[in-house]
Design a protein around this ligand. Sequence first.
Ligand code: SF4
Ligand code: SF4
Length: 537
Amino acid sequence: MKKNISIADSSSNTAFPKHIVPFDFEASKLRIDQLREQDDLQGLIFQCGQAIIMASRKNLPQYPDALDIISRTLLIGFEEIDIEPIMLLLRAYPNARALIESYLNRLLAEEDRPSRPLLVAMMNIRVNRFGFLVMPKGEKIHFVDFLGMPYPLGQNGRPHINTVWIEATNHCNQKCSFCPDPKRESPRELTDLEKFKKRARDLHTSFDIGYWQLNAYGEPLLHPNLGEMIHFLRSELQSPAPVYFTTHGLTLTQPRIKKLLKALPNEVMISLHNDSEDSYAISRSEKIGDYQLLTDRVFDFCSALMEDSCPCSVRLSVLVNNAYASRQVGQDILNAFSDNPERFIALVSYWQERLRSWANQNHVQIGFPPLDKGQIAEIFNNASHGPDNIIVIAQWQTPSGPKSIFISPRPVGTYANLVPFQHDPDSVIGFEAASFGCGFTREPSLTIFANGRLGICCLDLETTASFGHADDEDTLQKSLKSEACNTMFANLAFGISDCGGCLICLGKVNPPSNLADKNDLGNTSTVPLVANMKEVA
Ligand code: SF4
Ligand code: SF4
């Protein structure tokens, strides 16, 4: 099987410049030819294939990067070997890496084996499951597997999508100083309810879904049919995957709370972010409400859930200026957030006390776990961009298991680093491959933005990093098996892209010309940016 490869076969409509050097396939073939002359590859591949089948029979656990060792073999001889069955085997049994590696090590232990140089070369090649990247002498060889889809097989034998973001809307009525959304240029749109249902059904039928998340950017509670969307996923489809959405909190008005209580997700994340009026005034707009109104509405929602022991948890996300906060963010914004554990502990205590007092007055049976200040301080200090830093402040039992209200600190800058660069193409410098890949390729996910475009992350404000539109094919399954989708994953896993949003994430950028003089970034030199996670709304 032989495929010509075009790097970053992007279907993006980016206005950003393209800097990617086209892939030199002929040069790659020459290198493979040299390696091929050294051994009987057919026999080797055959034995490796047998090893994979043996591994599959042992029902070894899933192993996400298992494709690599056999990929190394294929790299050496893929022109003359029928690799398709082997690639398919690897897709089916992505657990065989250890077994194949031990097999190769056994071969290496045989002293007179003529294939020794070849085996050594195989062990030294750096690859991932989306393709190859070989750098023995600084050379790069890319090979993309177009036989399957980038999503690994899940427990039920169907391709696993870690998170499906379906952006209900990209409208937002808040203006946060650390978010690029207020500078969005693309139109504000609402996802059509019928299209939502068709796409969700399509995914539910063919894929193993980890989570449903009903927003990327934007404020999902502004969508008039958000409740119907939740109801469709949970009651009509009866999807086993939990449903989440994130709100900035000010949209939690009494009528919306009433409506939401009829169709709750498994968890609502509220971007509380601030711990004081001053903090709020620095980082958010008071146009739709001040800090007091925000806390009152968040409290109303939490107490409504507690009152009826609803099967829905609440994550109160709070930004903190700890050691992991981005130094790309202006100092004025950083100053808005807690830079010491004591201030954070005070916030946690405030929220627990407010909820406890309400529960006592209203005779509602809720558990309030004791707060361990040392542990909270540790969580504050260690909070990075993951979902695991949490402090439970209230909990209750429901027929579907325990639910809670918990506080989750996050360092400032999860996406603020995109702000100054988002609309200045001159700030983006060309590169062939970033030294690190896109973090969103590690556990492949899918985003269906409100404009229908398909992506793999929730960071790309203007949907430049897209491999197509949800309506391009009659099923999403076809889109997710497409060459464009595979190419995007393969290239981004190596840090290669020509999409505007990715260039900002992965490349090296200069401070935008309009900011360089002002030194708003506190750093006017070329700066590498990393964006792995964000929270919105
Ligand atoms: S590099 Fe950035 S914009 Fe591109 S897909 Fe990854 S996270 Fe999204
Ligand atoms: S962080 Fe959320 S609430 Fe704030 S502007 Fe961005 S999308 Fe809107």
